[in-house]
Design a protein around this ligand. Sequence first.
Ligand code: NAP
Length: 250
Amino acid sequence: MHILVLGGTTEARRLAELLVDIPGARVTSSLAGRVASPRLPPGEVRVGGFGGADGLAVWLRTHQVDALIDATHPFAETISFNAAAAAAETHVPLLALRRPGWAAGEGDRWHPVGSLAEAARALPALGERVFLTTGRMGLAAFAGLDAQWFLMRSVDAPDAPHPARMEVLLERGPFTLDGERELIRRHRIEVLVTKDSGGAATAPKLTAAREAGIPVVVVRRPPVPGGVPVAGTPEAAVTWLTGGHDRLKR
Ligand code: NAP
């Protein structure tokens, strides 16, 4: 049985680790190729776009894929939409693997917004020194904010356009609570901007922001394409494949 995992996340790598141990399973993980030196999962790996939904449908047919798991980042909207369209066209069963989002707790000062542009519009009222953790793509949304200073953290260096007053921190998670506390203290951060990515690896910044009493602008997730079943963990995705749907026993 050939399973294609659309990856680029910790959960996708974990899923590949689980799947390669299942007798009879052939696992291919697909990466977009955005990160210069990605952490590779076990099994087969292919890198680069498919050429839209049509290209993905061709790939599914040509490589005789039996099940497709969209384990991409919750904010990777285009590939998830393409996966839904290609799965519908080819009748390949599709599951979305999405780690649960974060929830505000006691003492949090969260400002939920619908987009990076809305986050940028919210910033002037919230603070001048900004810790920006939404990734290097989409920095153009903040480029017009001349009164703000940004500490921008990403895995690879960003390209222009980006804010004029910006220090770049090239780091890959997981991050520790002590480390996040120290960053907020040392850079005198007044406001944090994050996507609702969920997961433990980057959550300590939220605790550190709560402790420091600073506001957090949280970009809400786009919805999973309609009709696509969702699993919250790699283990639940394996259950979907092996149990509920009997796919690996054909
Ligand atoms: P996106 O906007 O949804 O996708 C843009 C295009 O990139 C897609 O149309 C597709 O090209 C290609 N692509 C995306 N994911 C792919 C994959 N796993 N395998 C092959 N092609 C892929 O995606 P994005 O937000 O740029 O994210 C790119 C990758 O980085 C994703 O795999 C995602 O899991 C990972 N990532 C994203 C974020 C984030 O915040 N967006 C954060 C961490 C990791 P074609 O149309 O040519 O097929």
